[in-house]
Design a protein around this ligand. Structure first.
Ligand SMILES: [Zn+2]
Ligand SMILES: [Zn+2]
Length: 876
């Protein structure tokens, strides 16, 4: 037996050791400073200290270390509290966090912290989508870096960066898809799909990126180019593994209705991608040959209007049709030329449509007419059947093609109140109307015609009604090293043999050569390739392709529930408890690929009895991009702001606050240095406010007692209005920006309130204001609030405090009755808000209809408002 070397293992333990060291160091630093006795000017209750200066570096390191040491974010597997699974899409470990990551995770962190404080049992994990091309490309480019080491280094760097942001992850649940303990189960899941007939192998024309030297899924081809490197994609014929996602097309489409918490645009994108269309499959016999051409059309009502037939150049029939015909050489040249063009060059709307007559004809099954067969560049073999019936009068593309090649145009649908003439038509007519030139079907409407023609085709055995999907099966094999090996063995005697489950994982060997050959480096590794057949014991070969990384990310959210489980991919009870994900957060660029694959996987797992849910993500939030100077941040544009720099200069709390304050989460966010400065100044303001009152704050009662009046009542009211607004903004709408605005207003009001003479102000209201300010701000800026919470004398973490409920009575606006006197006689009583100014009193009173009547025709000499009591009007 060959010996496999595990690629790496997690440095568990090392990490927590590091945390303790930092913690010890911080405590030491605090002690030293205290002894010097110069930095601390304000003392809180107990031994808590408040520095006058907001020293974010010290505070953030201190709390990150303490939270880690105290396991503050560790999530027990079960709880009696209602569960809430908050998940951000896990990153590819590229080496550095960018602002898009910071935005994604800051949003998730606010949600997780808010829900925790609301009493939910929150799961908030993080991990790494760690297989993939960049690691391998780095190995090819630099030669001396192993993809495993490159990946692990990057994970270490990014994990440290995430910790610096103070995000409330339960790091004990961290997973990396390149870890053998993880990909063992990716392989196991492949086998379940294989046994279920949902994984199969076939030769296929595939999208090939010559630069990345790999196969790409249709979903990874954007406008004919490789999504990753923008190189135009070529076609290649290769043996490939596929997942039969098309078998789930209807369910994936129908169940979009269940996803009430998903953005409409994402559902529309998936709907379009699945691309369901109803129509008919129709068989055209080839004239003088025992062959037929099958087409799919959504408009069987127009079959009498077919004047030509077009085949894709790759259509297997083309060679047979031209054989021995005078056109044969010209057609073969054309086919060779077109085949080398990529899809985009062939189907773009501005590309010249080219075609060539094959010399052969087929027979229209409805009217028996002979129809010329052409080949053309715009028909693709991968879509539909690779053949298209040409109906130029009623399809714009066919119309343009027919005009160019002088092919006949025949109207078979006449629009209401209009007479189409093929000679003068300037464009195709695709709308509704009445069937003409269509034999027994004349006079039917479009929809009646579609039904009638399908019924006729089925009766005569010439075709059938059919539903078609744009969705193709998911190509999952990659000719690369850095992925989960496909657990399949090839035996000359037994054929394709799945690796027995007890032999999993099929480990990636460490020592392979990285060359840009376009073949998996595993193929050049005899210790990996050569094996014995699990069935007959004879010599056999391993599959050397690895799996598309989208396979790894299609199930990771289950793994977080039981990350170290080694007998099963997950513990069923935990999955049943935690799933579905209550809130999923990520970029809209994953609207199709990852989100559709995850939905497909979940449905397969449900059918296999491995999970009890049919949809993995109940609510989805797709955050907007981070822009600078109106463009997406990118190295090539030179407009990148690095999170590291911002955190070093202003601290993580400022970075988080800015990113949450600058725009609603679904909109694009324009970077603004002034905006960052503003948030930094705001946190400094919070710091000074709380520091100035921290000492003795807890000596006041936690809540004001009795009836409040005047300025105390106003302050109390604003505190509760802010609680209400922030709760609703976060909870109902994710409007973090307006929530932060409300907190800023509260800070302004507290500054004013602090200036009220001590004899007039209620210390309980001040305490209530300061405490609620910190609690409401805690999900956004977790470090500074924790520090100030402690400084005011609190013993338990602010992040364990319950989210406050507003007092409905506190927010009622008080009203008082004032008296209106005219020349000293009481004439009217008016209800006004308690806080009304004298000028407002005067305005309200003079606007009263009864008052207006009484002073009509008289001259108003004077109006004297007496605040809270009356308004006296003197007339003559
Ligand atoms: Zn590429
Ligand atoms: Zn065998």
């Amino acid at each position: 037996m060959l010996v496999h070397h595990p690629v790496f293992s997690f440095p568990r333990g090392a990490d927590s050791c590091l945390k303790r060291n930092i913690y010890d160091k911080m405590t030491l630093m605090m002690k030293c400073r205290r002894n010097k006795g110069q930095q601390f000017t304000v003392y809180g209750k107990g031994d808590a200290l408040v520095n006058e200066r907001y020293d974010f570096k010290e505070i953030e390191a201190k709390w990150q270390a303490r939270w880690a040491a105290e396991n503050l974010y560790k999530t027990p597997d079960f709880s009696d509290r209602p569960k809430y699974y908050c998940l951000e899409m896990f990153p590819y470990p590229s080496g550095k966090l960018h602002m898009g990551h910071v935005r994604n995770y800051s949003i998730g962190d606010v949600v997780a912290r808010f829900k925790t404080m609301q009493g939910y049992h929150v799961l908030h994990p993080m991990g790494w989508d760690a297989f993939g091309l960049p690691a391998e490309n780095a190995a090819i480019k630099h030669g001396n870096v192993h993809p495993a080491d490159w990946t692990m280094d990057n994970i270490r760097t990014m994990r440290a960066q995430l910790k610096q942001l103070g995000i409330s992850y339960d790091w004990d649940r961290e997973v990396a898809t390149c870890h053998p303990g993880y990909y063992k189960w990716t392989q196991w899941l492949f086998l379940q799909l294989y046994h279920k007939g949902l994984a199969y192998k076939k030769k296929a024309a595939v999208n090939w990126c010559p630069s990345c030297a790999t196969v790409l899924a249709n979903e990874q081809v954007k406008e004919g180019a490789c999504e990753r490197c923008k190189t135009p994609v070529e076609k290649r014929e290769l043996e490939q593994w596929f997942f039969k996602i098309t078998a789930y097309a209807e369910r994936l489409l129908k169940d979009l209705e269940l996803l009430k918490g998903w953005p409409e645009k994402v559902k529309i994108m998936q709907e379009n991608w699945i691309g369901r269309s109803e129509g008919a499959e129709i068989r055209f016999k080839v004239a003088d040959m025992d062959e037929e051409i099958v087409v799919f059309t959504t408009r069987p009502d127009t079959v009498f209007g077919v004047t030509y037939m077009v085949l894709a150049p790759e259509h297997p029939l083309v060679e047979k049709l031209v054989e021995g015909k005078p056109q044969s050489e010209a057609v073969r040249d054309f086919v060779r030329r077109v085949r080398n063009l990529n899809e985009i060059a062939r189907t773009a709307t501005d590309v010249e449509k080219e075609g060539l007559f094959t010399g052969a004809y087929c027979i229209n099954p409805l009217n028996g007419e002979r129809v010329p067969i052409l080949v053309a560049n715009y028909v693709l073999l991968e879509y539909g059947t690779g053949a298209v019936m040409g109906v130029p009068a009623h399809d714009q593309r066919d119309f343009e093609f027919a005009r160019k090649y002088n092919l006949p145009i025949r109207v078979v649908i006449q629009p209401p109140g209009e007479e189409l003439d093929p000679q003068t038509m300037t464009e195709a007519y695709a709308g509704d109307g009445v069937m003409v030139n269509s034999g027994q079907f004349n006079g039917l409407s479009k929809d009646e015609g579609i039904r009638a023609v399908i019924a006729y085709l089925e009766e005569k055995g010439l075709g059938r009604g059919q539903v078609n999907y744009r969705l193709r099966d998911w190509l999952i094999s990659r000719q690369r090293y850095w992925g989960a090996p496909i657990p399949i063995i090839y035996c000359d005697k037994c054929g394709i043999v799945p690796v027995p489950e007890e032999d999993l994982p099929v480990l990636l060997p460490r020592d392979v050569e990285f060359k840009p050959t376009g073949q998996s480096p595993l193929a050049d590794c005899p210790e990996f390739v050569n094996t014995t057949c699990p069935r007959c014991g004879g010599l056999a070969r391993r599959e050397t392709d690895t799996m598309d990384t989208f396979m790894c990310s299609s199930w990771y959210y289950y793994r977080y529930t039981s990350p170290r489980e080694d007998k099963h991919p997950w513990d069923r009870a935990r999955v049943d408890y935690w799933l579905p994900v209550d809130q999923y957060i990520g970029g809209v660029e994953h609207a199709i690929l990852h989100l559709l694959y995850s939905r497909f996987f979940t449905k397969v797992l449900y059918d296999l009895g491995l999970v009890g849910i049919q949809e993995p993500f109940t609510n989805l939030l797709t955050q907007g991009m981070v822009l600078k100077d109106g463009a997406k941040m990118s190295k090539s544009r030179g407009n990148v702001v690095s999170p590291e720099e911002i955190v070093a200069k202003y601290g993580a709390d400022t970075a988080r606050l800015f990113i949450l304050f600058a725009a609603p989460p679904e909109r694009d966010l324009e970077w603004s240095d002034q905006g960052v400065e503003g948030c930094y100044r705001f946190l400094n303001r919070v710091w000074r406010l709380v520091a100035s009152v921290a000492g003795g704050l807890l000596e006041a009662p936690p809540k004001p007692a009795g009836k409040l009046v005047g300025v105390n009542r106003q302050m109390h009211r604003l505190i509760h209005l802010t609680i209400k607004k922030v709760t609703e903004d976060i909870g109902n709408r994710f409007n973090f920006n307006t929530a932060v605005s409300a907190i800023m207003e509260l800070v302004n009001a507290l500054y004013q309130y602090k200036e009220v003479p001590e004899t007039d102000r209620d210390p309980a209201v001040l305490r209530e204001g300061i405490e609620h300010l910190l609690i409401l701000l805690a999900p956004f800026a977790p470090h500074i609030t924790e520090e100030l919470w402690e400084a005011t004398g609190h013993r338990e973490s602010i992040h364990k405090q319950p989210w406050p409920a507003y007092d409905p009575e506190a927010i009622v606006e008080d009203e008082i009755t004032i008296v209106v006197q005219i020349n000293g006689r009481v004439r009217e009583r008016v209800l006004v808000p308690a806080g009304i100014t004298p000028a407002q009193m005067q305005e309200v009173v003079l606007a009263q209809p009864r008052v207006q009547k009484l002073v009509e025709g008289k001259q108003i000499v004077k109006v004297i408002p007496v605040p809270g009591k009356l308004v006296n009007i003197v007339v003559k």
